[in-house]
Design a protein around this ligand. Structure first.
Ligand code: SF4
Ligand code: MG
Length: 320
């Protein structure tokens, strides 16, 4: 089977301007050589602390920020070197749901106008059929159809996220990037929205790239999990394998931070020392060495290569 999405050595180095001439004096290496594939029907999650480059990876794939280098292939076609018109078509297949739907929903548009505009921009549904389709979409995301004339501010966070999901679905996408799509919601509402996304996946044959800072959230939702640290991938594995048998010291620390009071006592918790270093001047060698509980002198010099440690399980650590 051909991957739906292939990301190859993706880099996003944002220039920092400085001095009186406003020249580029340095770069924020937000994404620093990220490669992965997503197969049709999969849910692949990217997790990591804030600033690890996970959202930037999503934005770079969508070209909301043009990547510095690398390749992004969608259905085998490189979408980084196509023109605006061709990219518009791809946008119909590649949708995004953001953390704060309120910020991404036009406050002056009614729910009906928002959904109609989404369909009109990409011309996916004939004009005549749109009103019926809007009612259908609202039903599918669990909202009453009589809200078409209401405005985003009249809804709760969870309901707004459902509107955001309906807007993404309106263009009949193949892949949806969910960027912290449930992070701002209460735990019970989170579960409802995750359930909804799961049901819609089956109904619409969707594929998800799910970006989250919390391994707890992705636990029941992913097929595969990618762990990122300082702009690089440190581990990729099937969900089962990652949770049962984490290999990278960073993944182990993240996992130990998930509160599971009944099954884990406090002594199991791995506390990482210090903060995430700056992506402007990341540590040499293995960029995790400043916080790694098992780092050696060699870790300061050698950049660890990916190695296969199991079926569908890869890790970048020289001590594994
Ligand atoms: Fe820790 Fe060294 Fe492995 Fe990096 S390579 S994760 S510093 S042990
Ligand atoms: Mg983010």
């Amino acid at each position: 089977k051909q991957p739906l999405l292939q990301v190859k050595d993706l880099k996003q180095h944002f220039p920092i301007k400085g001095g009186v001439l406003g020249r580029t004096v340095n770069h924020v290496k937000a994404v620093d050589g990220v490669s992965f594939d997503i197969y049709p029907g999969e849910t692949v999650s990217i997790v990591g602390e804030s600033g690890c480059g996970k959202s930037t990876t999503g934005r770079s794939i969508l070209r909301l920020d043009e990547p510095t280098s690398g390749d992004v292939l969608f259905e085998g076609k490189n979408i980084l070197n196509i023109n605006k018109q061709q990219m518009k078509k791809v946008r119909g297949d590649l949708q995004v749901i953001f953390q704060d739907p309120y910020a991404s929903l036009n406050p002056r548009q009614t729910v009906g106008q928002i959904l109609n505009e989404s369909m009109a921009t990409l011309d996916v549904v004939p004009k005549k059929k749109r009103p019926a389709r809007i009612v259908e979409l609202l039903r599918q995301v669990g909202l009453p159809s009589d809200i078409v004339n209401r405005y985003p501010h009249e809804f709760s966070g969870g309901q707004r996220q459902r509107i955001g999901i309906a807007r993404a679905l309106a263009v009949e996408p193949k892949l949806i990037i969910c960027d912290e799509a449930v992070s701002a919601l209460d735990v019970s509402v989170q579960a409802q929205v995750l359930n909804l996304l799961n049901n819609l996946k089956k109904e619409y044959d969707l594929t998800y790239l799910f970006i989250a800072h919390d391994l707890g959230v992705v636990r029941h939702f992913s097929d595969r999990v990618i762990v990122m640290y300082l702009g690089r991938i440190v581990e990729i594995a099937d969900k089962k394998s990652l949770f049962a048998n984490p290999q990278h010291p960073y993944t182990k620390a993240l996992l130990s931070a998930i509160p599971v009071p009944s099954r884990r006592n406090k002594t199991d918790r791995v506390i990482l020392k210090g903060d995430v270093p700056s992506p402007i001047d990341p540590p040499s060698g293995c960029s995790f060495h400043t916080r790694c509980p098992i780092a050696t002198e060699a870790c300061k010099e050698n950049i660890p290569k990916f190695k296969k440690v199991g079926e569908n399980h890869y890790v970048a650590c020289d001590l594994v």
